[in-house]
Design a protein around this ligand. Structure first.
Ligand code: DQA
Length: 144
């Protein structure tokens, strides 16, 4: 059975109550429920993992050596702009991925314009809110 892993970075556990004008009112649980339903319909295994800790996210990516996934949907959140460690882990496991951001990072502060992930991603979706995850999932399901 194919497997898709969704990885969510720091503060995304606060979705719904975190700056809703930037990130919307949909909770992370709501987003994952929609993605899980799509995966189930397609007969694909689905797992979602959120952490506020860089080491835990790196560990989860490294675990793909033992328990592979066919596709990754990744919102590294603030680690997008800082984490060489998470980038290196993803390069190491060689799982194809789409980078997702709820907000349009290019319409925000300059420090959000650089990502350590976009150049190694299949593609990047930003600014479409929770819908961005659904589009990434549709692509992943069509591709695997
Ligand atoms: C974010 C954008 C990042 O710049 C920010 O640090 C986040 C969320 C987004 O989904 O829009 O935490 O990744």
């Amino acid at each position: 059975m194919s497997r898709i892993l969704v990885l969510q970075g720091p503060n995304l556990n606060l979705l719904g109550k975190r700056e809703p004008e930037k990130y919307g009112t949909t909770t992370l649980a709501d987003i994952h429920a929609v993605l899980a339903a799509k995966a189930t319909t397609a007969g694909v295994e689905f797992e979602a993992f959120q952490s506020n800790a860089e080491a835990e996210l790196v560990g989860k990516v490294q675990s793909l050596f033992d328990r592979p996934a066919d596709f990754l949907i990744l919102n590294p959140a603030a680690f997008t702009h800082t984490s060489v460690a998470l980038r290196d882990a993803i390069s190491a496991v060689r799982v194809p991925f789409i980078e997702v951001h709820l907000s349009n990072v290019f319409a925000r502060e300059a420090f959000r314009h650089h990502s350590y992930f976009t150049d190694i991603a299949l593609g990047m979706i930003c600014g479409l809110g929770a819908k961005g995850y659904e589009l990434a999932m549709d692509y992943a399901l069509a591709r695997i």
